[in-house]
Design a protein around this ligand. Structure first.
Ligand code: OGA
Ligand code: NI
Length: 362
């Protein structure tokens, strides 16, 4: 159901068309936040089950922090694989991506979002000359009953030339640099993870399947009136092979503890990068590595940004449990699916926890 175009609330904050302003004119939730609303517009009020219930958040432990400086040490490779089986999420330090690159991509995220709505809206679904660049708000507003308190820019990498032609000047170079500088770290992580899946060597075909396409997003979560009534990003798992997430120091990312109803906060660590397993690697590993549900809280005091890189198979790849995994005698629990069909299924619906993976279940 589409959100109502006008509101029935008697609140004075709702006397103009919120959806038109935020979604269609490109002001986003950043624009709403800067209006200084006293209360959250109705369209953003989430059902109770979708809000973060702080009594379900446990703080006795968090996800592992792994030092990547010596990957020739089998213990380090093992800790990457163990974390991917048990938590689906970990943070890495000494990852080899220069801090300057991280700082500059965060700065450029602020630079992009600080532009006028008309400028950002040139990259909206309706206005962008390419599907590979998309500025938007919430997740998929036409399919959501309640909207999410987030604006984003999403950039699908094709080539330097394509980026030069279409990516916003405000952040193009910095986004490309982050993509390039994280390449070696990504290969190391995938090398360690596939070793445990009996993959002897990542040849060109396997490399394409694991990391043949990449998407970089820039997320902006502005300060929110009544943050406890809404959500920055709803419960979901990523459709990637791996996600590389750079977050700032504000915090607010929560990860579900596997096989429980408890949630764990991912504490910001200066210079660290958060890594999580996506659905594609859960499927390729036949369920050994876990793509875990996560979500982001809205914040009443601070603006927050994050910059994830989604490392993906190529759209035309067929993904399923890897041959090397099945040869070991395991029964496949997932079928072979065209990756672009899988991704379409994800974007067709509102965030729904781990719902997307059912699409590939046998
Ligand atoms: C995402 C996501 C988390 C964050 O973009 O898929 O989960 O901290 N982001 O912004
Ligand atoms: Ni995510």
């Amino acid at each position: 159901m589409a959100p109502a175009m006008t509101t029935t609330s008697s609140s004075s904050d709702d006397t103009f068309d919120i959806i038109n302003y935020a979604v269609h004119q490109g002001h986003g939730v950043k624009g709403l936040s800067e209006l200084g609303l006293k209360s959250l517009p109705n369209q953003y009020v989430q059902p109770i089950d979708e809000r973060i219930d702080m009594t379900t958040v446990i703080d006795e432990h968090s996800i592992p922090v792994i030092d990547m400086s010596d990957l020739s040490d089998q213990k380090v490779a093992d800790s990457i694989c163990d974390a991917s089986e048990r938590w689906g999420f970990f943070q890495v330090v000494n990852h080899g991506v220069p801090l300057k690159v991280l700082d500059e991509v965060k700065e450029s995220t602020y630079r992009f979002f600080s532009q006028a709505a008309e400028e950002k809206n040139k990259h909206s679904k309706d206005n962008s000359p390419t599907n590979n660049v998309r500025f938007g708000t919430s997740f998929t507003p036409h399919a959501e009953k309640a909207l999410e308190w987030k604006d984003f820019l999403s950039l699908f990498y094709v080539s330097q030339e394509e980026a030069d032609a279409y990516w916003p000047q405000a952040c193009k170079d910095e986004a490309l640099e982050f993509l390039k500088s994280s390449e070696i770290m990504i290969k190391k992580l995938l090398g360690a993870l596939t070793q445990r899946l009996n993959v002897k060597e990542i040849d060109e075909e396997k490399e394409n399947l694991l990391m043949g396409s990449k998407r970089i997003n820039m997320n902006y979560y502005p300060k929110c009136p009544n943050p406890e009534l809404t959500i920055g990003v709803g419960r979901h798992s990523d459709v990637s092979t791996l996600t590389i997430l750079l977050q700032d120091q504000v915090g607010g990312l929560y990860v579900r503890k596997l096989e429980t109803d408890s949630w764990i906060h991912v504490p910001p660590i200066e210079g660290a990068i958060v890594i999580n397993i996506g659905d594609a690697l859960q499927i390729m590993s036949n369920g050994r590595y876990k793509s875990v549900e996560h979500r982001v809280a809205a914040n009443g005091n601070h603006n927050r940004i994050s910059v994830p890189i989604f490392v993906n198979p190529r759209p035309n790849d067929v993904i399923g449990p890897l041959r090397e995994v099945i040869e070991g005698g395991e029964t496949p629990i997932y079928k072979q699916v065209l990756y672009s069909d899988y991704v379409k299924h994800f974007f067709r619906k509102a965030h729904d926890g781990k719902g997307t993976v059912d699409f590939a279940k046998i």
